[in-house]
Ligand binder design. Sequence first.
Ligand code: ZN
Ligand code: ZN
Length: 256
Amino acid sequence: MRIRFLGTHTAESKDTRLVCFVIDDVLAVEAGSLTSELTLSEQKRISAILLSHGHYDHIRAVPSLAFNNTDEDIKILAIPDTLNVLSSSLLNDVVYPNFAASTSYLGKRVLELCPLEPLRRIDVEGYSILPVPVRHPVPAVGFEIVSKDGRRVFYTGDTGPGLSEVWQKIHPDHLIAEMTFPNFMSHMAKDAGHLCPQTLAGELAEFKRIRGYLPDCTLVHVTPQFEEEIREEVERVAKEHKFPIAFASEGDVLVI
Ligand SMILES: [Zn+2]
Ligand SMILES: [Zn+2]
């Protein structure tokens, strides 16, 4: 399984992109920077997109991918709440045409909206996908993604502390976790359903207690204004507990 990180931040700027990664060039996870970081021919290869929840930084490029690839048939896989946000806020024939209906100016559907049921595993483009509910201010799921050769990755999506129940349902070879705020914002992080270095440390310790091992962990969804502080604090946590944690940057490729 080859994972290419297109965006690894919470805020867009000249140097930072919104969260999104692509597995083996065909399966996208989140759509924050899906069009800005892929060439048109690379965009054509994307056949399905997994969306963890309906916040803007995760769904932003869905309509632009459809607009750029009107000959394609692209599956959008998400829980019904997320699909509703997408339909009502972006694909609403006001902000963008409804590319999920044959009534748009194209006279054909480009996006196939596929509702996911939490904790029900499905097969998508040869991958086995398990959506697992996570805590966030809006309905949200993380995804355990298993490749044909049995490699397993779990992506948390946006979530705060209290992941014990999630850990009981998965056993990934690799964990891609969100890391939004530095420690001094831990109260805000908890209220907003996000992780900071000290809460991640607790969640990883809990993972090890429940599952008896610790997978390598890659962090995304970093707030660029606090990146230096976050990286220093994570490094301290990793050293202290001997946790295998690394950050992903835009353009990084990870082979699992
Ligand atoms: Zn969010
Ligand atoms: Zn987010």
